[in-house]
Design a protein around this ligand. Sequence first.
Ligand code: SAJ
Length: 440
Amino acid sequence: MNKDLQSKINDKTAVIGIIGLGYVGLPLAVEFANNSFAVIGIDIDKRRVEKLNKGENYIADVSDDNLKQLVSSKKISATNDFSVISKIDAVIICVPTPLNKLKDPDVSYILNVLDQLTKYVHTDMLISLESTTYPGTTRELILPALEEKNLTVGDDFYLCFSPERVDPGNEIYQIKNTPKVIGGITEKCTAIGKLLYESIIDTVVPVSSPEAAETVKLLENTFRSINIGLANEVAIMCEKLGVDVWEVIDAAATKPFGFMKFTPGPGLGGHCIPIDPHYLAWKMKTLDYRARFIELAGEINTGMPLHVLELISGGLNRFQKSINGSKILVLGIAYKKDIDDVRESPALDVMTLLEQGGAQVDYYDDFVSKINWNDKDKYSQNNLTAETLHSYDAVVIITDHSNIDYDLVKSESKLIIDTRNVFSGIKDSKIIRLGNTQSI
Ligand code: SAJ
């Protein structure tokens, strides 16, 4: 007897498909497989598919051994052949949604998936979109394409939006214990989607529509971008006011209600926070509304690398040096501490500005051995010895990885620009801290 989707989810015989096996999709595939579902990962990157089918992990938040065990026990397999969708009961789309050169949404990855999905969509199937996107994408782009197959949403198939809430490197909050929001086209869609996610996640939060769920995600990340922008602007104000922004923020954070701590930095990195707010701003433009907070936060955050350059220039000036002709070491180039991801990292902007200013720029980051930077391969310095540090006119701390010997950095560097308050409260004329009078 052909069990319906609901009973297949309940008895875990539903075959789960994850499209897009990156920092969102692969952990999700592992989570479903760990909960006894058969999972088929689909990705257009053949190398990634091959690695996965050999049980080789490439995502830091996934356990190598767990993945190897799931692949060898055939709970997880991967392919780049979308026709497997015809035997998949629930498919979850986790493909990138970047910005194009004009900073407008680039939903081409979603559209490419849709081209394939419409070939193989079948009755009694759940489709959940997780890729962060502008409100309306699920209903305006995905639904019509599926309904063209003479299938009725809420009867023949179920369509939801459920935003991912992955915080790479976060060891406390992971998939199971991070509440999951979900909004379906119909109430039955939401109910089926909620049932599926509840099989792996402790708390699933239904909302009334996909648009609500799409907007929840954008609010979450816009909230962060704007508050980080505020922290960055307060840092610049504190340099002019003659106070230490880090002391001010720490003291403000003692307020037990009505305040949430954000800290300044060299800019905004990652594949979400710098990008997601622009999806909301773009959608609002189509509705003749200007999202001014988002634009202003974007201006301030993208202006921080240039501010860091001014701090470096001011510091070199103390030693009658200029950026032009100086040797500069950037310490930490990942977009945030203790991870290996450099996407949108402000370190890359700072390095480009330094090189444009005539400096010789090197970096040290033992999470990131090599980058492709301005179309050429650049390698991390091998080790951080006293001799290495002393050979640079300035050392710029962009990402404060935990595994650095900062005492050595302090004793052996001629000049330090500290954008992460590593040397908190230390008054030393060779240390310039972002957001602190000592810096100027
Ligand atoms: N940053 C600051 N000051 C702060 C916080 C962050 O300068 O007070 C910088 C970081 O250095 C980094 C960037 O902002 O360059 C983004 O930081 P993030 O902590 O938001 O890191 P992401 O983008 O890896 O993770 C975020 C999630 N983080 C948290 O919730 C803490 C969350 O915003 C999203 O669920 C997730 O991206 C996503 O994928 O949308």
